[in-house]
Design a protein around this ligand. Structure first.
Ligand code: BTN
Length: 334
């Protein structure tokens, strides 16, 4: 299995431990039996159980009385995810970390090393999650989805930003399917819920002038965060904060990967329009929104006027001139 071949990734036998627990719900299993069944020492079992507890898995009991799970764990263990992704492009090579600096950083390295398309890099926690424009992405342990997908599409570099918008659409569809929430997409990469940021996409690539070598699509979704640091509390939200209940990250991620695969195949078959048309329908920012566009020290206001063929946002400035936004922050202006 891929997830054992990279330093720092989670030992695949840990998934066996979770499966063993899940199949014996509420029955206490002794440390000795666990060690025997998954083929590790009792001290390893103890260490793993501590690790699971740290990410919020409710393992009750002690080595001599036996361990059991209080409830089904919500950890993004490759084996559990794979079971929901049979036959999928994204079910084959899953790298899982309890903690890493950035799943995008890992994905870039794998990309350079020749990792095939379809690899998924997951972390329960990131110590240096990357956001857009050099920002950091707050990645609280086991609360959000922090996932990066590695792709090798035969497209030109100018088309790569379409994958960011496409990922936003896939996340939008997955969240809509799991909750009844009404989401918005802010060009190019924000998932917005009730005016606050619920998630974001960071796409990075390695390309020649005319051909993409590989693209990595990093997706961050705030799922079960109860609160955010002071500097984010006014602008960020989570699915839990909006619905008042915890959501299964595993189910949501599996759905997201299935939606992504469908959207990706369609994009490769039908081209940019399959993305821009859908984005225009799903995003209140695409047409007729009064916005402020800020790029470095430059800033102007205007009204959005649809997407250009490669997905760039067109804005009719207050002076009547229509401009194409290539980079920069777009915010609603009142
Ligand atoms: C944004 O600024 O809106 C983009 C945020 C992207 C965050 C995700 S979390 C998983 C992946 N790994 C990273 O380091 N960043 C992306």
């Amino acid at each position: 299995m891929a997830s054992t071949s990279l330093p720092g990734t989670t030992d695949k036998r840990l998934a066996s431990l979770l499966t063993l627990f899940a199949n014996n719900a509420t029955i206490a299993i002794s440390g000795a039996r666990i060690a025997r069944e998954i083929g590790v020492s009792r001290s390893t079992v103890w260490r793993w159980i501590e690790q699971l507890r740290e990410v919020g898995v409710r393992v009750k009991g002690r080595p001599h009385t036996g361990y059991f799970l209080e409830r089904v764990p919500d950890i993004l263990a490759p084996e559990l995810l794979r079971a929901q992704l049979k036959g999928s492009l994204f079910g084959k090579r899953i790298y899982h970390f309890f903690k890493t600096d950035s799943t995008n950083r890992v994905a870039m390295e794998l990309g350079y090393a020749g990792e095939p398309e379809g690899a998924v890099i997951l972390a329960e926690e990131q110590s240096a999650g990357r956001g857009r424009a050099g920002r950091t992405w707050h990645s609280e342990r086991a609360a959000g989805i922090y996932a990066t997908l590695l792709l090798r599409p035969k497209i030109s570099p100018v088309q790569a930003p379409l994958l960011t918008m496409m990922a936003g659409l896939s996340a939008h569809a997955a969240i809509q399917a799991q909750t009844a929430l009404k989401l918005d997409l802010k060009w190019p990469n924000d998932l917005v819920l009730n005016g606050k940021k619920l998630g974001g996409i960071l796409t990075e690539m390695y390309a020649d002038t005319s051909l993409v070598r590989f693209v990595i699509v990093g997706i961050g979704i705030n799922v079960n965060q109860e609160k955010f640091p002071a500097e984010l509390s006014g602008i960020a939200t989570s699915l839990r904060a909006e619905t008042g209940r915890n959501l299964s990250r595993l189910e949501l991620l599996a759905r997201l990967l299935r939606e992504f695969e469908t959207d990706y195949n369609r994009f490769l078959r039908e081209g940019a329009k399959s993305v821009t048309d859908r984005f225009t329908r799903a995003s209140s920012y695409a047409v007729g929104k009064k916005v402020r566009v800020t790029n470095g020290s430059e800033s102007f206001t205007g009204v959005t006027a649809g997407l250009a063929p490669e997905g760039l946002l067109q804005v009719e400035r207050d002076d009547g001139k229509v401009v194409t936004v290539i980079a920069g922050d777009v915010t609603e202006a009142r």
